[in-house]
Design a protein around this ligand. Structure first.
Ligand SMILES: C[S@@+](CC[C@H](N)C(=O)[O-])C[C@H]1O[C@@H](n2cnc3c(N)ncnc32)[C@H](O)[C@@H]1O
Length: 227
């Protein structure tokens, strides 16, 4: 896996004529990265754009007990930030070793951690929010359509899919993860069931990240909001 999440990884980035791998990264491969503490994507804290929007109320829970799903939650910094701001959080990652670290912290805040494949998640109820931070760019591009269908199923009508869109500008022919993406490719995967509410560069781009970052928030079409 190329170490191309941050500026440290720039020299390691493979040449753009390298063949794009079509194989899916397995949970064992991701687990090996965590076991080796080789996790350059990990910020050690919630993404500042998420923190900002939670702090100023733009991403406040719409009602008491509103639910949020965090696919590919990693060490859970974002999931914990959402839970601290009143969201009832379900964090999902298919790396089992994360559970004992993340689950207790989330459970203290009324949330939970599930060891599961997010693309094939079987949820009893859809969520008010799906928060995606470097999950979409971590899955194989060939899996995006499948995730889009699942995401549409996982968000309630009137609910939201919010994302930190990264790495914008990374050529599609370069290997990953992270695989290059932008707001349009994410919206294309989500399909016709979402209206875009916000799509803009992040307020304070992270210096350590090589590629551009955008904020995207789309609302699932509900009975009252079809337009
Ligand atoms: C790039 S990391 C991002 C972690 C976290 N969101 C963050 O920003 O620090 C991608 C995460 O997604 C997880 N992941 C990848 N594919 C997955 C899948 N199909 N189901 C569940 N987790 C998955 C990996 O184990 C990894 O923790």
């Amino acid at each position: 896996m190329a170490r191309s999440w941050d500026r440290k990884g720039v020299q390691d980035r493979p040449p753009s004529n390298r063949e794009v791998p079509s194989d899916r990264k397995t949970d064992e491969e991701w687990a090996a990265r965590y076991a080796a503490a080789d996790t350059p994507w990990d910020l050690g804290s919630p993404h500042p754009e998420l923190s900002l929007r939670l702090q100023d109320g733009r991403l406040a829970p719409p009602h008491e007990g509103a639910t949020a799903l965090v696919p590919g939650a990693g060490w859970g910094h974002d999931a914990i930030a959402l839970a601290r701001r009143g969201w009832q959080v379900t964090a999902v990652d298919f790396v089992g070793s994360l559970e004992h670290q993340v689950a207790p912290k989330l459970e203290r805040l009324g949330g939970r951690f599930l060891v599961a494949d997010a693309i094939r998640l079987d949820a009893a109820e859809p969520f008010d929010l799906v928060w995606d931070h470097t999950f979409f760019c971590a899955i194989q591009p060939a899996e995006r359509a499948e995730w889009g269908v699942k995401a549409a199923e996982l968000v309630k009508p009137g609910g939201q899919y919010a994302a930190l869109v990264f790495p914008v500008g990374k050529p599609a022919e370069e290997s990953g993860p992270p695989f290059g993406m932008d707001c349009d490719s994410m919206l294309a995967a989500l399909g016709p069931f979402f209206n875009v509410r916000e799509s803009e560069p992040v307020t304070r781009p992270l210096k350590r990240r090589t590629w551009r970052e955008f904020w995207l928030r789309a609302e699932k079409i509900g009975l009252a909001s079809r337009q």
